[in-house]
Ligand binder design. Structure first.
Ligand code: FE2
Ligand code: FE2
Length: 386
């Protein structure tokens, strides 16, 4: 795949290693404090000085366990987190803006039973996953961050996960699916349940409000759990998880649903990149050394449940898409996430079996998305398809 598409999934402004961003880690209170306005200063009486309220210093901020006043945004220590927030706000849409009319016809009149099986179960997995994602960011991660620029992006992420849930619900309602039955599948389908259970097991301890990050063992566990969440749950399972529906889209089927997922994918790419950036910064800041065997175990567990899920989704290939390709692509994307984490590739030699994925996952005009200028799709709306 071209460097361009690899770059799209690795937004350069947000994935530079800690310290490599010009000024990112070197920002100080002095850097971030604007020069005094002399005219304004002449008119405004000075605030009464207090010995107990020293100015917030960027150097006092930390990813976790920081000592700086968390109610004060600047000076930034992590200006890249603020950039994430600004970038996230360029991807505005609601599911109501995308036409689902053709999907209703496709679902009821064109999809084969095998294709309906794939479609419904992908949707069933995603509905549960996004609620889990919302709860994890809101309850486990955001409250532990001790710099407001990190929390502000995560507040946006919580909203986006809720929006994704609305999107799936909109698809389910529009297509006339049995809500109760779709939402309940993760409880009764072992292959879906295995993925959700693994995520719950990885995340449930850090979701506890009494999980003490002053404890070094807990800090290691938090880093590993956030790594799992950002790089695997969001960066592999979501990224790869939309693929079966993109495979239908490539054949002209369920294009409205696929377009909805493309908007979600944009959010998820940022969620993954942010999680990876936070984890790398946390590791550097706290001098953590993660256990290589524990990380390998993370990848292997994730691959095993993904393989079971793929075999359930695709006992036989649907046109142009097989379980083997799905798992192979998981390994390929997992290697990419490991590289972004500066970790060894877990699946050396994995090939890009679905070279169309990055392109299909992307929306048109993607080159502008991570740049700073306004783009024509800033406010959402239905996209044009060739
Ligand atoms: Fe999501
Ligand atoms: Fe997400």
């Amino acid at each position: 795949m071209s460097a361009l598409l690899d770059d799209w999934d690795t937004p350069a402004t947000v994935l530079r290693p800690p310290g490599a961003h010009p000024g990112a880690m070197a920002a100080t209170a002095a850097d971030a404090t604007p020069a005094p306005d002399r005219h304004h200063a002449a008119r405004t009486p000075p605030l009464p000085a207090t010995a107990t309220l020293a100015p917030v210093r960027a150097s006092d901020k930390r990813i976790v366990n920081g000592r700086a006043d968390i109610n004060q945004l600047a000076p930034f220590k992590y200006p890249w987190a603020w950039e994430f927030f600004l970038n996230a706000n360029r991807n505005h849409w609601t599911p109501l803006e995308i036409s689902m009319a053709q999907d209703v016809h496709d679902y009821h009149h064109k999809l084969t039973p095998a294709e309906r099986h794939v479609f419904e179960n992908v949707l069933a997995y995603l509905t549960t996953s996004d609620i889990l994602a919302m709860r994890n960011i809101g309850l486990a991660v955001m409250e532990k961050m001790s710099a407001p620029e990190l929390q502000i992006y995560q507040a946006r992420q919580v909203y986006e996960e809720a929006l994704h849930t609305w999107t799936y619900q909109h698809c389910i309602e529009t297509l006339g699916l049995d809500q109760q039955e779709i939402y309940n599948r993760y409880r009764v389908v072992p292959a879906i349940n295995a993925k959700i259970s693994l995520a719950n097991r990885r995340l449930e301890r850090i979701m506890r409000s009494d999980f003490d990050l002053a404890d070094r063992d807990n800090l290691h566990e938090f880093a590993l759990s956030y790594l799992f969440f950002g790089a695997i749950f969001e960066g592999c399972w979501f990224y790869n998880g939309f693929t079966p529906i993109f495979a239908l889209q490539r054949r002209g089927l369920m294009k409205g649903t696929a377009e909805q997922l493309q908007y979600i994918m944009r959010d998820e790419v940022l969620h993954c990149a942010f999680g990876i950036r936070v984890v790398r910064t946390l590791i550097a800041e706290e001098n953590l050394v993660l256990d290589p065997a524990a990380i390998k175990h993370l990848w292997d567990e994730a691959e095993a449940v993904e393989a079971g899920y793929a075999r359930f989704l695709l006992p036989e290939p649907i046109l142009g898409y097989s379980a083997e390709q799905h798992v192979g692509q998981f390994r390929f994307v997992a290697n990419r996430r490991a590289r972004q984490l500066a970790l060894p590739e877990p699946f050396p030699g994995a090939e890009n079996l679905l070279p169309w994925l990055d392109e299909q996952a992307n929306l048109r005009k993607e080159k502008n998305f991570f740049e700073t200028r306004v783009t024509e799709y800033q406010t959402g709306g239905a996209l044009n398809w060739d």
